[in-house]
Design a protein around this ligand. Sequence first.
Ligand code: NDP
Length: 246
Amino acid sequence: MVKLNNNVEIPELGLGVYKIEDADVERVVHTAIDAGYRAIDTAWFYKNEKALGTALKTLNINREDLFITTKLWMTDYGRENVQSAYEASLKRLGLDYVDLYLIHWPGQDKDLITETWKAMENLYNEGKIKNIGVSNFHVHHLEELLQEASIKPVINQIECHPYLTQKELRAYLEAQKIVAQSWSPLMNGQILEDEVVKEIANELGKTPAQVIIRWNIDENIVVIPKSVTPSRIEENLNVFDFELSE
Ligand code: NDP
């Protein structure tokens, strides 16, 4: 588990569900939960919140043992829209709260983001959301936001993998006590073809995906690989019995 700046804990590894078709969601979610996943990352934009909600209902697991993330899309930014967008997400998900709600993209309108963040803060203060954060924010977006914010984002979800280490941004996040979470950690599978990664995997008797996921965990990056393939879903979680050398 990784501790957020408000002392809430998030599993270091979760399942991303971008581009998982509705028809596959229930099977994938059951496979993941049976394997031991407890965190799931979706978004309004993925159009599978409803299918995820249907799947969640069929799980034999306590709600407080799950960590569900969804994200606010740009068309719902602004003071008036956030609460209704959040409530619509909750309805689709069949939940009465989400564990983490993220502003999906910073966009270009600083005032609109500030307003949106304030509305997120209200929902957080009212206890309706457990944690609030952002996604795809650069240092300058965060600097602007932090000038106006009463509550710090707990997470910034960003594209991150060994081909895009985001060193500078991550140093800033660490200084601000904002956890980095990586999207497309496997570069949609591309990085698994890298010869160095393959070599390391061979040496360790692990797979390239396991090496890359372990790299994230060692770097204190919360990681959410996506797969619809049962063997891969299990493989991607099986990263706690080896270490990477420097
Ligand atoms: P990933 O980097 O997780 O890669 C997923 C791809 O890799 C799929 O094609 C999958 O195939 C394949 N794969 C998964 N595991 C293995 C394995 N062990 N061996 C070989 N291939 C494997 O891509 P995503 O873009 O889905 O990123 C992960 C999550 O991040 C998303 O699902 C979403 O939740 C989030 N995200 C957030 C964004 C944002 O803007 N905040 C943007 C993009 C993603 P298969 O499924 O066929 O098994």
